[in-house]
Design a protein around this ligand. Structure first.
Ligand SMILES: Nc1ncnc2c1ncn2[C@@H]1O[C@H](COP(=O)(O)OP(=O)(O)O)[C@@H](O)[C@H]1O
Ligand SMILES: [Mg+2]
Length: 257
């Protein structure tokens, strides 16, 4: 289970960032008092436009950055107090963690497997399963820098799953992928869910969230603006597709400002 309780993340901006944002304020609240719970056996989606705070939230869960306020529990472990235990439980995929360009997918897979103390025999089995599923074998020994965007993303996904984590945290996993590869990634997330794992993904693509997620948290300006199953969100907004539902909620949130 993932439990986020009143998460707030405030970034300190440097001079360049302040200039870019045309602001004199050196603080940016990326996530603002956000709470949510995601459970084993479900795919929970964080849905929101660019800049909503999705990546920041997922990076806090994955112990990459520290919350400014609030607590996050991953399988009962608090991310700041027990970050080591949390890291063992999770597989984290994000576009801002790049695989080392001069190494091969095969090498990186073994490297991270050993880092996670996966026994050698298990490591072989995992590699066979994941490399077959994602069609990695044909480029497994090429340097990462020679791979296409889609191949790199597949490689990053396989590496993030090397230790067979119970909790899978994927930040915009289909970004930059062609539709065939995107679908195989979504199918794999469904398979993980069917195995009883907890999957939390972020996306700004409405149709993807609608198809993939059991529950969706709509994130606007760092806050959870609405949450529920697709059916619940449609009923709440009297709409019949998720994009319309999102805009209803967006108007409501922005109208109050
Ligand atoms: N390292 C950082 N320093 C300063 N501001 C940041 C940093 N990372 C993200 N932000 C800002 O925080 C907000 C939320 O960003 P992010 O979590 O990346 O949103 P999303 O993933 O939903 O697009 C944005 O306004 C972004 O510009
Ligand atoms: Mg993001």
């Amino acid at each position: 289970m993932i439990e986020i309780k009143h998460l707030t993340k405030v970034y300190k901006l440097n001079k360049k960032q302040m200039q870019e944002l045309h602001t004199k304020n050196n603080k940016k609240t990326a996530v603002d008092d956000l709470s949510l719970t995601a459970r084993p056996g479900e795919i929970y989606g964080l849905l929101g436009p660019n800049g909503a705070g999705k990546t920041t939230t997922l990076r806090c869960i994955a112990t990459i950055i520290k919350p400014t306020k609030g607590e996050i529990y991953v399988a009962g472990h608090e991310v700041q107090k027990e970050s080591e235990q949390v890291r063992r439980k999770i597989g984290f995929l994000t576009s801002d963690i790049k695989l080392d360009p001069q190494f091969s997918t095969d090498y990186m897979f073994d490297f991270f497997g050993r880092l996670h103390e996966v026994p050698e025999q298990k490591l072989k089995e995992r590699k066979e399963e994941l490399f077959t599923y994602f069609g990695i074998k044909e480029f497994a020994h090429k340097q990462i820098k020679e791979l296409s965007t889609g191949m790199k993303q597949k490689a990053a996904i396989a590496v993030s799953l090397v230790h067979n984590p119970d909790i899978v945290i994927f930040d915009e996993p289909t970004n930059g992928l062609d539709i065939i590869t995107a679908r195989s990634v979504m199918d794999y997330l469904r398979k993980l869910k069917a195995e009883g794992k907890l999957v939390i993904v972020s996306t700004h693509i409405m149709s993807e969230a609608e198809k993939l997620c059991d529950r969706i948290g709509m994130i606007i300006d760092g806050k959870k603006a609405a949450e529920g199953t697709v059916e619940e969100l449609l009923a709440l907004t009297h709409t019949d597709d998720l994009e319309d539902a999102f805009f209803e909620i967006y108007k409501e949130v922005k109208g109050e400002e």
